[in-house]
Design a protein around this ligand. Structure first.
Ligand SMILES: [Mg+2]
Length: 386
């Protein structure tokens, strides 16, 4: 079998799908991220494609080594997501070739289902209680929200009080059993993070996420040493080599690798590394249906996955920054595969990724968008992290 063709599709709301065709007619799908740098991602896919056309799609590890190491310069999320999308599609092909789900190649299932959590609130998080009640009615037992809007290095304490007010309302209105995770989203600088974390301690959170930007992970010990709240991070990291110092520092309780940055096999390897440090995973997936299906294949065989991020109904999908609305179910034949039941996602059992992509909808909706940067500003005009 040989790789005959690789195509990319940019579809609403902000997803990049990748289709790999073999000369025997087996087709595999993958998904890339980075919608704000979409042409760079498409360019990376084109460069990688030139190198692997005509190769055996079943030799996944060798092709991954070539894509990762072959260009001499390596790393970074643009190349990582392009490699990950292709690698997911190769696994899909391999599973379909042998007629088994991908997780059978990774040691087999250790679970039948995985607990999922949903987003409440957007980047401007208001009405969180109403949204949480909606999620609970859908069967979710855990939710996540962004902590703050723009926050300067030393900002008004009123902004901290506003966060605490929202979390307090959630806890009071939705009860002690609701899992609540708070995503700092790298928006919070160190001096404010210390204060905010202290104020959040009474609410028994699942975790605080990206309390600092990932380029400041070496400062996490100073944060983690002063709080019992579990610390989660890692959605911007791409490989075992990037997770290694985080695990060795023994300050993180939950890692959140994204299969559209790591690929399937690398995510499994990172998960096994984490197990040796007694660290759990909550794989990052505010992404589309292929990314979710790829993640579920790894969740299936890792005992240390605690929760799976789930993007259905997320604020981005309702049309965002001028992009056309879109939902995961739009692109699937048999979309019930990715549905949450009583707070859990089931592990797909069909061959490959276990989903069937509605290719005509993907081709119909293909459009290369322009998604401008957020450009949030502090009161003094300086750029704020978003
Ligand atoms: Mg996050």
């Amino acid at each position: 079998m040989k790789i005959a063709k690789i195509e990319s599709f940019c579809v609403s709301p902000r997803w990049v799908f990748l289709r790999v065709e073999t000369e025997t007619g087996i087709i595999g799908w993958g998904e890339c991220i980075m919608p704000r740098r979409v042409r760079a991602v498409l360019g990376a896919i084109a460069d990688l494609t030139e190198n692997i056309l005509g190769e055996d799609p079943l030799a996944i590890e060798d092709l991954w080594q070539r894509m990762y190491r072959g260009g001499f310069f390596r790393g970074g999320p643009v190349l990582a997501t392009a490699i990950a999308g292709i690698e997911q599609a190769l696994w899909d092909i391999k599973g379909r070739h042998y007629g088994i789900p991908i997780h059978e190649f990774l040691g087999g299932r250790v679970r039948q289902k995985v607990r999922a959590y949903a987003w409440i609130g957007g980047d401007r998080p208001n009405d969180v209680v109403a949204m949480a009640k909606e999620r609970i009615a859908q069967g979710f037992t855990a939710v996540k929200m962004n902590a703050t809007e723009e926050l300067h290095y030393l900002d008004a304490h009123a902004k901290i009080e506003a966060v605490v007010g929202r979390v307090d309302a959630l806890r009071r209105e939705c009860g002690r059993d609701l899992g609540i995770a708070i995503d700092f989203h790298g928006r919070v600088h160190r001096a404010m993070a210390k204060q905010l974390i202290r104020e959040l301690e009474p609410f028994h959170l699942l975790w605080i996420e990206e309390p600092l930007l990932s380029e400041h992970n070496d400062a996490l010990p100073a944060i983690a040493a002063h709080t019992p709240i579990p610390i989660a991070t890692g959605e911007r990291l791409c490989s075992r080599w990037e997770f290694k110092p985080l695990l060795e520092a023994r300050v993180v309780d939950i890692i959140q690798p994204d299969v559209s940055l790591t690929g399937i096999h690398e995510l499994e390897k990172i998960g096994r590394m984490a197990e040796a440090y007694d660290v759990t995973l909550a794989p990052h997936c505010p992404n589309g249906p292929i990314c979710l299906a790829a993640t579920l294949q790894v969740d299936a065989c890792l005992p240390n996955v605690a929760l799976q991020e789930y993007s259905m109904g997320m604020h981005y999908h309702r049309g965002y920054a001028g992009l056309v609305p879109g939902e995961m179910t739009d692109y699937l034949v048999g979309p019930e595969m990715n549905a949450v039941r009583e707070g859990f996602l089931s592990i797909p059992t069909g061959p490959g990724l276990g989903i069937t992509i509605n290719e005509s909808v993907v081709r119909e909706r293909h459009q290369i968008w322009t998604l401008r940067d957020n450009n949030w500003r502090n009161a003094d005009g300086t750029l704020a992290e978003w």
